[in-house]
Design a protein around this ligand. Structure first.
Ligand SMILES: Nc1ncnc2c1ncn2[C@@H]1O[C@H](COP(=O)(O)OP(=O)(O)OP(=O)(O)O)[C@@H](O)[C@H]1O
Ligand SMILES: [Mg+2]
Length: 263
């Protein structure tokens, strides 16, 4: 009989202890869950912000290329037309006819170029383009400027369901790499390769310019003081891609990106 209070006390103690443990585990699980959800939410916000920034930068870069295109290409065509028309001599029938015919051809070209440019300015159109088409357009603008010879090699086909946000970020990384070639490399050739495999996409942008000594530059915080290289690494990381910049003095630079695809 005298064991009963001991059993009750022990039982109560075990019960309270178990209840305490359960409460503790439940509480700490809740805490961890809340922290995890908060972290996920924060990552989502970071990704959204970065996506928006990349979108704005891409538009800015596209506007810049297009304003150059209008100035260098369409502007030049229109100046030629003006020259043709202003040198027409009404009494010289043969030359007038020739100048009018050349002007018509030039006008057709200007109209076609303008139509093409207005399509490029349409965001929806840009979103619908494959990565290779976007790269092709970017390279054709560089090629037209006349300082670089560019090539684009594409292997395989883009999956129709490639995440548009990832596509945008990859394109933005490519734009920065190409910008760097134009600004810093003093290169003659730019070779871009895009390989679509079933489980990954590989993009490489290689120039034959002056290159640089990578050991003198931090590959984590970006090369020298620019934010461009830092952004390329950071954005690649955000979409789960591997990114590297390889360079040696006098041997050009290679920007390389591998995006694993969900199977
Ligand atoms: N393709 C390249 N060839 C030679 N040097 C390069 C190349 N890409 C980058 N660099 C060097 O690395 C430096 C850092 O590049 P980064 O893109 O980070 O900055 P930036 O282009 O100078 O400025 P920002 O991109 O912020 O406008 C450049 O200043 C340049 O010296
Ligand atoms: Mg840069």
């Amino acid at each position: 009989m005298s064991d009963i209070p001991i059993i009750i006390t022990t039982g109560t103690f075990i019960f309270l202890l178990t209840a305490g443990f359960i409460t503790f585990f439940f509480y700490s699980y809740q805490q961890r869950l809340t922290a995890h959800l908060k972290e996920k939410e924060e990552l989502k916000i970071i990704f959204q912000n970065e996506k928006l920034k990349a979108q704005l930068e891409m538009q800015e870069q596209t506007f810049h290329s297009i304003s150059q295109e209008i100035h260098d290409n369409i502007g030049q065509i229109l100046s030629l037309i003006r020259l043709n028309i202003s040198t027409i001599k009404p009494d010289d029938y043969a030359s007038t006819e020739q100048k009018i015919s050349i002007s018509k051809e030039l006008l057709d070209q200007a109209i076609e170029d303008l139509r093409d440019l207005s399509k490029r300015l349409n965001t929806e159109f840009v979103n619908q383009q494959s990565l290779s088409a976007l790269l092709q357009f970017q390279l054709s603008l560089i090629q037209k400027a006349g300082y670089h010879h560019t090539t684009l090699e594409v292997h395989g086909e883009e999956e129709a369901n490639l995440d548009p946000e990832k596509k945008l970020i990859i394109f933005r990384i490519a734009q920065e790499a190409l910008n760097n070639v134009i600004k810093h490399a003093a290169a003659q050739n730019i070779a871009v390769a895009l390989v679509y495999l079933s489980d990954k996409i590989i993009l490489s942008i290689k120039d034959d310019g002056r290159g640089l000594n990578p050991s003198k530059h931090s590959l984590i915080t970006g090369w020298a003081n620019g934010v461009g290289t830092y952004n390329m690494y950071y954005r690649a990381h955000l979409i789960g891609a591997e990114f590297s910049l390889q360079s040696h003095p006098g041997e050009g630079t290679l920007a390389h990106l591998i995006l694993p695809l969900a199977s």
